[in-house]
Write a protein that binds this ligand. Structure first.
Ligand code: AMP
Length: 279
């Protein structure tokens, strides 16, 4: 497994593989890998000759009062996990190389970034789109795999790739959950064990919405009422949003239809968790 920490070497590695006719798949991550990441990586490794994973905690997608400084980092552990999966190269660029002096160019996916997380994390998706386009230009993959866990991010990337004619095929991977239903996340590490149990009510609430939808309930207010009760029962009151949105452009729906998505962001003891489910 190649360990690459600078941009020129990463470009040269990909250029060499491409000129040999190899197809490259790519999984961008912020590290602190869990089984959700690893399943994306397995998927990526299966669809191409060469699989590259990046590990970069991207400051541009964190707000000034967010957890950039304390975001979990364990590069050695991540390297070992990826080696076991047979990943061909890990790219872990330095902050100062990604955002050098004078950096001033950003990508804005104007509409899709506005609802849901966009309302609560101003600038977040601009940071995501910018770093992903930079990584695409450096790693030059044929395929890039993103998790449906970050559903709005996935739609932002799809839109950017389409609007800017980026030559990368975006592939989505279903949400990987713990046994309790809780969507796996690097931020789950912040949760103490009692909070982890409470956190599983977030997915309980979404599964409840899906069951009701499948049994014929379509009105948003009726669908979300029980979800709010499930959350309130375990003391999850800090709900940033709980919405039903169109699966592609993320506009809010009053009446749900197939392909719509129920999405939530909630805070538990200071930890911000997101989850979603397709109806
Ligand atoms: P992150 O390291 O949080 O930036 O995530 C890197 C990639 O892994 C993103 O495409 C995420 O959507 C994806 N991912 C993170 N957690 C999960 C999960 N539980 N299930 C599926 N994909 C995930």
């Amino acid at each position: 497994m190649k360990l690459i920490d600078n941009i020129a070497d990463m470009k040269a590695y990909s250029d060499a593989k491409r000129s040999n006719g190899a197809k490259i798949s790519f999984v961008p991550t912020m590290g602190a890998l869990h089984d959700g990441h690893l399943q994306l990586v397995k998927n990526a490794a299966n669809i191409a000759d060469i699989c590259v994973v990046s590990i970069f905690v991207n400051p541009a997608q964190f707000g000034p009062s967010e957890d950039f400084g304390k975001y979990p980092r364990d590069l050695d552990r991540d390297k070992n996990l990826l080696k076991e999966l047979g990943v061909d190269a890990i790219f872990f660029p330095k902050l100062e190389d990604m955002y050098g002096d004078g950096f001033q160019t950003y990508v804005e996916v104007e509409e899709i970034q506005k609802p849901l997380c966009g309302k609560f994390r101003p600038g977040h998706f601009r940071g995501v789109a910018t770093v992903v386009l930079k990584l695409f230009n450096i790693v030059k993959p044929h395929y890039a795999v993103f998790g449906e866990k970050d559903y709005q991010q996935l739609q932002v990337i799809r839109r950017m790739v389409s609007d800017l004619n980026v030559d990368v095929e975006v592939i989505s991977h279903p949400i990987v959950r713990e046994r309790s239903g809780l969507a796996m996340s690097s931020r789950n590490e912040y949760l103490k064990s009692d909070k982890r149990e409470e956190a599983s009510s977030i997915s309980d609430a979404l599964f409840n919405v899906k069951r009701q939808f499948d049994s014929g309930v379509k009105e948003k207010d009726s669908l979300l009422d029980t979800a709010y009760s499930i959350l309130n029962e375990v003391g999850i009151n800090e709900i940033e949003y709980l919405e039903i949105v169109d699966g592609q452009n993320l506009t809010e729906k009053k009446s749900a239809g197939p392909g719509d998505v129920v999405a939530i962001a909630a805070r538990l003891g200071g930890t911000r968790l997101i989850d979603n489910m397709r109806l």
